[in-house]
Design a protein around this ligand. Structure first.
Ligand code: MG
Length: 388
């Protein structure tokens, strides 16, 4: 008897998480059927992937279809297409590895159609955590975290009675600039910001690690994934990235989940769930771990962290406005048009310019996103002129 293979779509398959997800699939022959893939720009790699995994459909950015795809592959275009791949009746598992606000629509489409979603796109929960978790409850969809911190909390919490959970502690590596003298941080160049000390990841998340916006977004993610109020979610600096997170219990003890910093470990966990993961990746002999350090975070070094987190705590579309401003600012920084230190300015000016409202519907969230994008672009333009 041939067991039913898990039918998967991987949205954002040419990025770091997407490529790792395909490696996970290849490491488990006969377990997964890759039904569809998507990429925004890297159409050449997408065509290679489509051929290698014999997919039925691919999604590409508006106007990026071109040629080069195997003749029997259906090509769909634009953001609506991603939502259709995510809600495809032929798909059991949606791996959402999209970067930025573009991930929200497909997450909602998948959750509304009752899919299991392996979620790597942080913005989905940052922008619409309440709407998304409610949609999942209503349809019976499942959200399985791919972010390493949340994956480890998810695993630590299995079997722990809710009454025993006092809170969670997210570990942060401190990012690529953690040891740069504070006076030099604002002028850090793109190359040094993209050199992460412990993790190999995509550009956006690596820059977000340097500003700690990544960790602020992870606090918001944890708030929705685990239903915890903000005051029960803490962050600690942990340089080695071996302890992925801690769960604080009512009696003051803690549960930790340890592993090498390899994104294939949480991706494999999410993709195989609820079947148990195997030893394909991430062997972690304790005698090789060495010393593990935990320190409080110096928030003065990371002004963006509190900007984003405080905006999220105020509720409504505040988190959307902050996350969108960050997305625009990171793009501008990587593209060479603003300094690293200007990312905080763009977020601050956008938060001052755009009034948050209720985040009651996806439409209201997307409206706030649009206004934030415009305000952030304006802030980038002003900074360019000031610095010219
Ligand atoms: Mg993370």
């Amino acid at each position: 008897m041939t067991a039913h293979r898990k039918r998967v779509t991987i949205l954002g398959s040419t990025g770091s998480i997407g490529r790792n997800a395909l490696e996970v699939a290849e490491a488990h022959p006969g377990v997964f059927e890759i039904v569809s893939l998507s990429a925004f720009r890297n159409v050449d790699l997408l065509a290679e992937q489509a051929e290698r995994f014999r997919v039925k459909r691919v999604g590409v950015g508006e106007g990026a279809s071109g040629s080069g795809f195997p003749p029997d592959v259906e090509v769909v275009e634009g953001s609506e297409a991603l939502a259709s791949l995510a809600s495809d009746p032929d798909v059991d598992l949606v791996v959402n590895a999209l970067v930025g606000a573009a991930g929200l629509g497909p997450t909602m489409a998948a959750l509304r159609s009752g899919k299991r979603v392996a979620l790597a796109n942080k913005e989905s929960l940052v922008m619409a955590g309440e709407i998304a978790t409610r949609a999942a409850e209503e349809s019976g969809a499942e959200l399985i975290p791919v972010d390493s911190e949340h994956s480890s909390i998810f695993r630590c919490l299995a079997g722990v009675p809710a009454a025993e959970v006092a809170g969670v502690v997210l570990t942060a590596s401190g990012g690529p600039l953690r040891d740069v003298p504070p006076g030099d941080v604002a002028e850090a160049d793109v190359d040094s910001v993209l050199r992460h000390p412990t993790w190999t990841m995509g550009e956006k998340v690596t820059v977000d690690s340097a500003t700690l916006v990544n960790k602020a977004m992870e606090v918001v993610e944890a708030r929705w994934l685990f239903g915890l109020p903000f005051e029960r979610i803490d962050v600690v600096l942990h340089r080695e990235s071996i302890v992925h997170s801690l769960v604080r219990l009512a009696d003051g003890t803690m549960l930790a989940h340890l592993g090498v910093p390899d994104m294939r470990v949480p991706i494999q966990y999410a993709m195989l769930y609820p079947e148990p993961p195997d030893g394909s990746f991430g062997e972690c002999p304790p005698e090789k771990l060495g010393a593990l350090h935990f320190e409080p975070i110096d928030y003065d070094r990371y002004p963006c962290f509190l900007l984003v987190l405080e905006a999220a705590k105020r509720g409504g579309t505040g988190a959307t406005i902050a996350a969108t401003a960050d997305e625009v600012a990171v793009d501008a920084f990587v593209g060479g048009s603003i300094r690293f230190g200007d990312i905080a300015t763009v977020i601050e000016e956008t938060l001052a310019a755009v009034t948050p409202g209720a985040a009651a519907t996806v439409e209201s969230v997307l409206d706030a996103e649009g206004r934030a994008r415009e305000a952030a672009a304006g802030a980038v333009e002003r900074l360019k002129v000031r610095e010219a």
